[in-house]
Design a protein around this ligand. Structure first.
Ligand code: TXA
Ligand code: MG
Length: 335
């Protein structure tokens, strides 16, 4: 059931969570599929509904650093980042506190914690805490490997009736998942670029973030770090801006259809079989539009999606990361 998020539906949602049930809720990044992180049954339901492989740990959402300390050991670095970025789109991977429930943690001795900024997420956490809860486990509310939801309708499209309640809080402001920083080891590692600016994180830490390497066996498993993730059904190809017109023509010449997402129209003239959606030229707006647009491009059921490759540089890092994964299942093929 999808309900507008208001005091009544939020209160109902908090009760469902305390009963070991699941609820989808908006955060400023993407919609989350929530369950009581201290409930084995609740967490098991998340894995079942998402089709997520066991052992891929979940983020635990909390109100603030004090509640995070119920789950995790916060060192000085964690305290400073929490003070600077919470509530907000930053997830910290920290050593799990001895005795804290481990249902959400896969096989890790660490735990991911984040205090979301969205008013509905915060109201839900407050109501849940008032009922004795300590944290809401919440991966993105999509089937494993698919595009993350930034509207309540996306959650319903993806998960249907398998979630008893979807709280509708409108469109997510950031539109990309949180930045994940691993502080469980002496060197701070950027596991996933996202809504919180990595350069600003480095300024607070006073050191550069190490970058997650694919071959790093010491690093925790993070499903967001799998190559083929966030993928639409239609094959998606990233194309250099200068090659876009030629690539679009190649596809059209074969009598096929192509959906293009680029800042400017790929061809000067309209062409049968070509659908073009205008892309924002600025990274924050691009990130906000990304998942919704991937769904729209997919719905056009073209033979191929062409996306103009965004520029290099830190501000575009999260967007490039997600587009790279969305294109990872693509194999070069002639039209
Ligand atoms: O913005 C977000 O982070 C959203 C909203 C709902 O909060 N959540 C989200 O969750 O993106 P999910 O499960 O789709 O991605 C969380 C990532 C996964 O790649 C997971 O493996 C990683 O965080 N993660 C969680 N706990 C971890 C841990 N203890 N060690 C390493 N990675 C962890
Ligand atoms: Mg996800």
């Amino acid at each position: 059931m999808r309900l507008p998020a208001d005091a009544r539906s939020i209160d109902h949602a908090a009760r469902l969570l305390r009963e070991g049930s699941t609820v989808a809720f908006p955060t400023e990044t993407v919609y989350g599929l929530g369950a009581d992180a201290a409930s084995q049954a609740g967490v098991a339901a998340i894995y079942r509904i998402k089709g997520r492989p066991a052992g891929h740990p979940l983020i635990v959402h909390v109100l603030d650093a004090a509640q995070a300390a119920w789950w995790a050991e916060l060192d000085d670095r964690a305290q400073r980042l929490a003070a600077a970025f919470w509530p907000g789109p930053l997830t910290l991977i920290l050593p799990r506190r001895a005795g804290a429930p481990a249902w959400a943690c896969g096989r890790e001795t660490t735990i991911g914690v984040r205090a979301p900024a969205h008013p509905v997420a915060r109201a839900l956490l407050a109501a849940f805490t008032a009922l004795g809860g300590q944290g809401i486990a919440g991966p993105s509310a999509n089937r494993f490997g698919k595009v993350s939801p930034t509207r309540a309708a996306h959650v319903v499209d993806d998960l249907g009736d398998s979630v008893p309640l979807v709280l509708d809080g409108g469109e997510c402001e950031v539109g990309l998942e949180s930045t994940i920083v691993d502080l469980s080891r002496p060197v701070a590692v950027l596991l996933r670029p996202g809504g919180a600016d990595a350069a600003a994180i480095e300024r607070v830490l006073g050191v550069a973030l190490a970058v997650h390497e694919a071959g790093d066996t010491q690093a925790p498993r993070a499903s967001g770090t799998l190559a083929a993730h966030y993928a639409p059904r239609t094959p998606l190809e990233l194309v250099e801006p200068g090659d876009l017109a030629a690539r679009a023509r190649e596809w059209l010449a074969g009598g096929r259809t192509v959906a293009v997402w680029s800042v400017r129209a790929p061809l000067a003239e309209p062409a049968p079989g070509l659908r073009w959606l205008a892309a924002p030229a600025e990274p924050v707006a691009f990130g906000h539009a990304l998942y919704d647009t991937l769904r729209s491009l997919d719905a056009l059921q073209a033979d191929r999606i062409l996306v103009e490759r965004p520029p290099a540089g830190r501000p575009w890092e999260a967007v490039r990361d997600r587009l790279g994964r969305a294109a990872a299942t693509f194999t070069e093929s002639a039209p």
